[in-house]
Write a protein that binds this ligand. Structure first.
Ligand SMILES: Cc1ncc(C[n+]2csc(CCOP(=O)(O)OP(=O)(O)O)c2C)c(N)n1
Ligand SMILES: [Mg+2]
Length: 371
């Protein structure tokens, strides 16, 4: 039997620029990539992580209070998501799973829009073209194909018109998705066409109750080499290291160097979703181990060591978090219920006789209720 109790089995040698106490490690390769991150920029990353953690906590609470049908928490994965999200350009395009609230937040999605799908009032919380981010994908791994297709489209557009921006497509998925055909097929196409796509795998150690040791016998970042895709393994709880490796992969893809793969080694501190109870399959000692690697505490300690963290920053970020939380709750509760027949809209681009028949049947059924 594989040793399912070893979430740490594949965490050797990730790129790390901040140790667990926030001390900076020098790196000839990665330091130049984050040389612009001054105190102000670091404080911005700290605020992003605190805000998205608070938004996530509110999502959990709203679900527990019956205001959302479901919520997939990102707790613990803030550095991975903010590091990625803030490294992107507005003309890049993200294809994510259901957990990337932090990336969506960086793409400019309003916090309340993150909740719409989970409240069941919309099929998409935001306009993908405005955000440069598709509606979250629940079919595990499918978005890797979407991202690769989009990247091949960028290539075609650039061939036809060299003035087309050198945008990059990004696919976000989890450790479990690495076992899906879609992700592996996407890597075949991305590599052979040298498409400008970055595969960003958050290894949060679990696919619901399945530990990563049941997905792989080698570090996930070792697999892309077999497809001819350069990869990096990064400490996903270190926002500086994530920023550096993402920037490196983006630059390579923009310059025609083809796809890249990043394994961000992190930990899902909460349940898989609000419908899951991790105490049934996880050792509490794991949580303790990963709590010591908290991504927000780590950046805070680093800011403190630079003399760039004081009560003013702490209070202003806390006040902003309170404000965002209050707006989020009010906005969630005020969302109007959609017309039930709207579920038939936008299924096909063209009119469809079978769908029309179903809509009419459903309208008749609804009409049978006394209002
Ligand atoms: C194709 C497919 N198979 C199974 C599921 C059920 N399912 C939902 S989430 C999940 C685990 C995914 O784990 P991972 O890729 O590690 O992402 P994480 O949830 O940890 O972020 C599974 C199996 C699904 N949604 N789609
Ligand atoms: Mg996972």
């Amino acid at each position: 039997m594989p040793d399912a109790a070893k979430p740490d089995a594949t965490t050797q040698d990730p790129v790390r620029l901040l140790d667990e106490h926030g001390a900076r490690t020098a790196s000839d390769r990665y330091d130049p990539l984050i040389a612009d991150l001054d105190d102000h920029a670091l404080a911005g990353l700290y605020e992003d992580m605190v805000l998205i953690r608070r938004i996530d906590a509110e999502g959990m609470a709203l679900q527990r209070q019956g205001e959302l049908a479901l919520w997939p928490p990102l707790l613990g994965q803030e550095a991975a998501q903010i590091g990625l999200g803030r490294a992107l350009r507005s003309d890049d395009f993200v294809f994510s799973s259901y957990r990337e609230h932090g990336v969506a937040y960086c793409r400019g999605v309003a916090p309340v829009d993150l909740l719409r799908v989970w409240r069941g009032v919309s099929v998409s919380g935001w306009d993908p073209f405005e955000a440069g981010m598709a509606s979250p994908q629940v079919i595990i791994g499918a978005q890797a194909l979407h991202a690769t297709g989009y990247a091949m489209g960028i290539q075609n557009d650039r061939e036809r018109d060299p003035a087309t921006p050198d945008s990059v497509a990004v696919a976000c998925f989890g450790d479990g998705a690495m076992s899906e055909g879609d992700v592996n097929e996407a890597m075949v196409f991305a590599a052979t066409y040298q498409a400008p796509v970055v595969f960003f795998c958050q290894n949060n150690q679990y696919a619901i109750s399945e530990p990563v040791s049941l997905q792989t016998r080698v570090p996930l970042a070792d697999r892309p080499a077999g497809f001819g895709i350069p990869s990096a393994r990064v400490d996903g709880n270190d926002v500086l290291a994530v920023t550096a490796v993402v920037r490196e992969a983006l630059e390579r893809a923009r310059g025609g160097g083809g796809p890249g793969f990043i394994e961000a080694v992190t930990y899902r501190m909460g349940p898989h979703t609000t419908a899951d109870d991790p105490t049934r399959y996880r050792d509490p000692a794991e949580l303790e181990l990963w709590s010591a690697r908290d991504p927000i505490q780590r950046l805070r300690a680093h800011l403190e060591s630079r003399g760039a963290f004081g009560p003013e920053l702490e209070e202003s970020v806390a006040a902003r978090a309170d404000q965002v939380a209050a707006e989020l709750r009010a906005g969630c509760i005020a969302m109007p219920d959609p017309d039930a027949l709207e579920v038939f809209a936008d299924v096909y681009a063209e009119p469809h006789a079978e769908l029309d028949r179903q809509r009419a049947d459903y309208a008749r059924y609804l009409g049978g209720f006394v209002s």
